[in-house]
Structures are given as C-alpha cells and as structure tokens.
Design a protein. Structure first.
Length: 393
C-alpha cells in the first residue's frame, strides 16, 4: 500500500499533523488507543494549553527554533478549535487551561479532525523495518499478527520521547532519526521529582506549602510537596528541567511571607509563646518540627533578639539541598533534549538533509514548562509539518 504521508505516533503532535497534511495519510501507533498521554494529562481533564505560551517558556539548545511554529499556530488557535467542537474549559493558576469535562474530549476532537481530513488510524501496530527509497520511504509493519508492506513520500516522526515507559515510550524517534543521519542532543528526564537517597523527608511525606525553588540559572514560585522519596510539586518539577546532578537547590520556604515583621510583632504581644509554636502558625507544623532539629529554634519568642530572628529568617529563605537524583523517565512528564533542531527547518519541521522526513512534538529538542506548554508545542509543531506537507500538493 502506498500513502502520501505516514505518521509514526498517534499522540498530540501526530494527530494534529494528520488533520492538516492532506492527501492519503496513515497514522500508526503501537498503543491500544490514540492519545494515551493526553488521556492521563491534567488529572484526567487535560491541561491542553497555556494562555501565556511563548518562546520564553521552552528549553532548547536553539531557543529561537520554536518561534516560527508557535507564532503560526498559537494557543488562541487551539482554543478556537476546542470551542468549535463545543468543549468547555476553565483556567486554573498561571494561565493553565483544562477541560471542564474530560481529557477524552480532546482526544475525540482530534479523532474527529482526522476523520474529517480522511486520514486512517492504525493502533496496536509496530514498525519492524524502515528504509529510504528513491521516492520516499518503505516500511514493514506488524498489525494484529499480520505483516504489511507500505511506502510513502513523507514520513513524520511523532512518537515522543522516553518519558513514562510504562505507557510504551521507547525513544523510537531518536533511533529512526539516527538511522537517517540526524543528530540527537543529550536526553534526560524533565518535569520530574527530586530524590534523596537517605530518605530524609520520609516523615514529611504529604506536607506541602508555597515555596521558591532556585539554582544559579532560574527560579520558580509554586507549590512544594514533600514525598517519601524526596521533593515534588510544581516548583520542583519546573526546576528539574534546569538541574544537573551534583548541584544544590535553594529552597525559600517563606517567599512572600513577611515573617520577620510578624515574629517581631508577636514578640511584643505574646512573648511567652514558644518560637516553634509561633512558626507553626505560618508554616506546616510537621515541617517546623523537622526544621527544629536542623535550625536553632530554642526558647520563647521573648528570648529571641532581632539578630537571632534575622538568622532564622535567613535559614528559612535559603535552605540549600542537594538531591541525589530524580525519579527519572518513570514519572517524568516530558523528555529534555532530542532530535537536534539544527537538523530541521524551523518553519516546516522537515529534516534539512533528508527530504520528506519530518520530526515534531516531544521527539524534537524543544521542551516546555509545566502547565500546558508541551501540548502547545505539539499542536504548533504538528500544524507546521502538516501545512508544509499539504503545500506540496
């Protein structure tokens, strides 16, 4: 069988591409259903984009690469598509948009768009062999125990990265890209919890609070969550994309709290209270108890000089920790790195030296922040490749 375009991967980017590239199109995926990562996203309600998505919210060795695709298909374009399909949504913190109903609505919307475009979808299908031909590409697929020999003019790599292997992530796009001479930048787990080998926060598991996490490159003000294995929460996941092994992380437990003034005032009116008791009014009690074994907090408020209180505030606002590692691809929301952007056209997502080969979505070295940014990259890059392919006809 011959197709104009075969898209490997029926995720966000692959389905968006299929909806736009025209001609005879086949989308294949080894999973049992399309859009599995969409299905589990946003607690089942899919954080499908972010109102503030822009190039500054993405990491890449070439920070300019994502600009073209993001500008040509914006978050507002996708919001319009969602509206046309009658899907209602709401905004949470920091511009994050979620379905009022279920993430399955987004999947069905994309499936409807694929059907409208006349594209085919094969799931539970595996690539057994892939090769370049004079006219494009040829491949052997296995589907429901049967072998199929297919050919196409255009081949789109949309199989994602290595994150969440229990969902079938394999890094297949990187293997195929290497096969055709494309460069792969270093890949690592991103948007992932930190771990500490000594289990130092086991007794704090479940405690959360607003915090500022930072290193020498950036900082994020969002929730911090202590776990049995270490640290999680949005602030941790965000910073993990900018962290490297052996680096310290600075934790500010009171980023927007005028704690020094509060303690001074309370010293005047309630000086007989234990310092730890007063702190527990402003921070989680279990956390205060834990910190009292590591930071001097003796006596009552009345016993504390301004100098002592200032030293306490300094300790709470610059708690330095060195994670032993991260949870890795097992729980990472996305993969950092991937197919080198120097190998691709930023306008069309086509490989510069392999005509007809395209790479989109998480497979490419463009990684977004937490909060709907990675889906927006999938929509934008999938759209860019789709309209580029459609323009050939």
């Amino acid at each position: 069988m011959t197709y104009d375009t075969i898209i490997l991967g029926a995720g966000a980017a692959g389905m968006m591409c299929a909806a736009h590239c025209g001609g005879r199109v086949l989308v294949i995926d080894h999973a049992k259903a399309a859009g599995e990562k969409i299905r589990i996203s946003g607690g089942g309600r899919s954080n499908f984009t972010n109102m503030y998505a822009g190039p500054g919210n993405f990491l890449s060795q070439n920070p300019h690469f994502c600009k073209s695709a993001l500008a040509r298909y914006t978050q507002w374009d996708f919001i319009d598509l969602v509206g046309r399909h009658g899907i209602t949504w709401h905004e949470k913190t920091l511009g994050q948009l979620f379905c009022d109903g279920s993430s399955k609505q987004i999947i069905q919307m994309l499936l409807d768009e694929i059907e409208r475009a006349g594209a085919e979808l094969w799931v539970r299908t595996e690539v057994k062999d892939l090769r370049k031909t004079d006219g494009g590409f040829a491949m052997d697929l296995e589907r429901e125990g049967q072998r199929h020999n297919l050919s196409c003019t255009n081949l789109v790599l949309a199989t994602g990265g290595k994150s969440i292997p229990k969902m079938g992530a394999t890094g297949l796009a990187y293997d195929i890209a290497r096969q055709f001479g494309l460069t792969i930048t270093e890949t690592r787990a991103a948007l992932v919890p930190f771990t500490f080998s000594d289990g130092k926060f086991k007794d704090l598991s479940g405690v959360s609070l607003p915090a500022r996490l930072s290193n020498d490159r950036t900082s994020f003000d969002e929730a911090l969550l202590f776990t049995h294995r270490g640290l999680s929460g949005p602030s941790v996941l965000q910073l993990s994309s900018y962290w490297r092994e052996g680096e310290a992380v600075r934790v500010n437990l009171i980023p927007d709290l005028p704690l020094l003034d509060l303690l001074r005032d309370q010293r005047q009116s309630g000086g007989r209270k234990a310092l730890t008791t007063e702190l527990a009014r402003h921070l989680p009690g279990r956390l205060v108890e834990y910190l009292s074994h590591h930071i001097p907090m003796p006596g009552n408020l009345a016993d504390q000089s301004d100098t002592a209180l200032s030293e306490l505030i300094a300790a709470l606002s610059d708690w330095q920790l060195t994670p032993s590692g991260t949870e890795g691809y097992r729980t990472a929301e996305v993969t950092l790195g991937g197919i080198d952007t120097d190998s691709l056209s930023s306008k069309t997502m086509e490989a510069r030296d392999v005509p007809g080969l395209y790479a989109i979505g998480e497979a490419v070295d463009v990684t977004g922040w937490l909060g709907g940014y990675n889906f927006q990259w999938a929509w934008s890059s999938g759209h860019a490749a789709g309209i580029a392919i459609a323009g050939q006809s």
